[in-house]
Design a protein around this ligand. Structure first.
Ligand code: MTE
Length: 325
């Protein structure tokens, strides 16, 4: 039997406390889940003989170089698009790539409402036209300790949000992924999760110039497994905050309750700022390993705020970052 090191266990594989306390429900769920995944194999595996093409989607025209570029060597494209967390498309790192074609990303629109003067909905093609694409090379750090350096293509989330004129009551911003179990089978296979996948930011975090809405990588449109057609990227926070395939953004007065935070608040905080001094309850956060750095994957020290301390530390002045994990 394969015994996983804590660092290899990712959030969706970890049984939430609220669930293991209810043993009967867990047993039922485990049986159903294993039958479903086993049945999937019997019904004809979706795993192709060879790796899918990884050249990427349509080339994005007119990409301008953006600010805040990391100096670290880039993670190869192949690693970025073949090693993913997208539980709606499957429970391990490769499944999202193999199941990517289930998700249809056109037509697609993003609705914005809540505490704002100009709520509305934008077709994704209009989003692309309205906000000029920038390339920004950002470090990305998953809570599971793997990390990468990615040339994203997108635009500042703040530019997008201002268009909808948030009111003074808009203290937070809540984000939602598409809910469609036919296209995103994980939503049926993992009934204990709080679907749709939701995330949230404080309004000043959302408006921070580092925070991006992303629709491309390496100059091409995002492959579905990376969160097409539009995802969030918040480079100083653990990767689970960077919600994929967004359909709904809401300004709120109350702090939203993101899915992971609701499920396991002691393991997946609302803030989830990268911090080498605050360990995950089941593993250390002191080191990270870079994807694609070879067989003996190189470990390097985790950096406070993932290396963006200069840009974002002031957002948390006076806050005890150990308590406000
Ligand atoms: N968004 C949705 N909708 N579903 C997910 O499972 N996984 C999160 C985040 N966004 C996830 C999601 C996690 S845990 C991480 S680490 C990043 O996406 C991974 O992004 P990547 O696959 O592009 O590396």
């Amino acid at each position: 039997m394969l015994i996983k090191k804590p660092a290899d266990i990712w959030p969706s594989e970890i049984t939430p406390q609220s669930v293991w306390e209810d043993r009967r429900r867990l047993l039922k769920m485990a049986t159903a889940a294993s039958l479903m995944w086993a049945g999937r194999g019997l019904a004809g595996s979706r795993v192709p003989e060879r790796l899918p093409e990884v050249e990427g989607g349509r080339k994005i025209e007119g990409v301008a170089p953006g600010p805040f570029n990391a100096k670290d060597p880039l993670t190869p494209y192949e690693n970025i698009v073949t090693y993913n967390n997208f539980i709606e498309l499957g429970p391990d790192k490769r499944a999202p790539m193999y199941n990517a074609d289930r998700l249809k990303t056109r037509p697609w629109s993003v609705k914005v409402d809540g505490e704002c003067e100009a709520p509305g909905s934008l077709d994704i093609e209009d989003v692309f036209k309205l906000f000029p694409p920038q390339e920004r090379i950002y470090r990305f750090r998953c809570v599971e300790t793997w990390a990468m350096v990615v040339p994203w293509v997108g635009f500042p989330l703040g530019d997008f949000l201002k268009r909808f004129k948030p009111t003074s009551k808009a203290k937070y911003v809540a984000f939602e992924t598409l809910y469609d179990p036919n296209m995103l089978p994980g939503q049926r296979k993992m009934p204990y999760f709080f679907w749709p996948y939701t995330e949230g930011l404080r309004i000043d975090e959302a408006m921070h110039p580092l925070t991006m809405l992303v629709y491309g990588v390496y100059g091409r449109e995002l492959p579905n497994q990376c969160g097409a057609p539009l995802r969030l990227v918040v480079p100083w926070k653990y990767g689970f905050k960077s919600i994929k395939s967004i359909v709904h953004i809401r300004f709120t007065e109350q702090r939203p309750k993101p899915s992971w935070n609701r499920l396991q608040p002691d393991e997946y905080g609302f803030y989830a700022n990268v911090n080498p001094e605050v360990d995950h309850p089941r593993w250390s956060q002191k080191y990270e390993r870079m994807l694609g750095s070879g067989l003996f994957t190189r470990k390097r020290p985790t950096r406070m705020f993932n290396g963006y301390e200069k840009q974002v530390a002031s957002l948390y002045k006076g806050m005890d970052l150990r308590k406000n994990y």
